[in-house]
Ligand binder design. Sequence first.
Ligand SMILES: [Fe+2]
Ligand SMILES: [Fe+2]
Length: 209
Amino acid sequence: MENIDNKININHCRTNDNLQLFLKYNEEVKNVLKDDEDRYWHSVSVSLTAQNLADVYGANKDDCMVAGILHDYCKCMSINEMLLMCEKYNVELSDEDKQADGCIHGFLAAKICKDKFNINDEVYNAIYYHTCGRPNMTILEKIIYISDFIEPLRRFRDRVEEVRKMAYINIDKAVVLSSEMGLKHLKATNKFIHSNTQKTIEYYKKLIN
Ligand SMILES: [Fe+2]
Ligand SMILES: [Fe+2]
């Protein structure tokens, strides 16, 4: 795998005094995502994007970094593997959680990372809710939710530039924009929609008006 310094400017971390913390998780994540190099770089990029947003919103940079690098920890597992691991790690899944199979990797990653790395509750929730969000998110939860969508290696949606700009101006508006785009994508691809997605949109729409 390419050296990290060649791909993303790691000086960003050095200036933040949290390079050692980053490196602690980096090897683990590189290993667990070894079958999907793009996913690994996405995780690094979410971590760095989250730290930029932490500057803007006064959030805890270490928490942003840890939640960012770990958020897709389980993304390389098959759905069957994830369901088995949810049983093993006592991750309770409601019927709709099971139907929204795109969300399970977040629920499971939060629990596994809590067991493995003893992440704090704030980081746990940011990982847990990174796929569908929820009403009344903490600033860390919003930062991870949005960073997952806007990190610079993402090139998947037409209006992502609009969310990128908005993320640094009004993160609640960015949550509405990205959630609505996510919802549209789920509908277009006939995927099950978790009620938290709709609740997140309704909550933040009310908040910004
Ligand atoms: Fe994810
Ligand atoms: Fe992600």
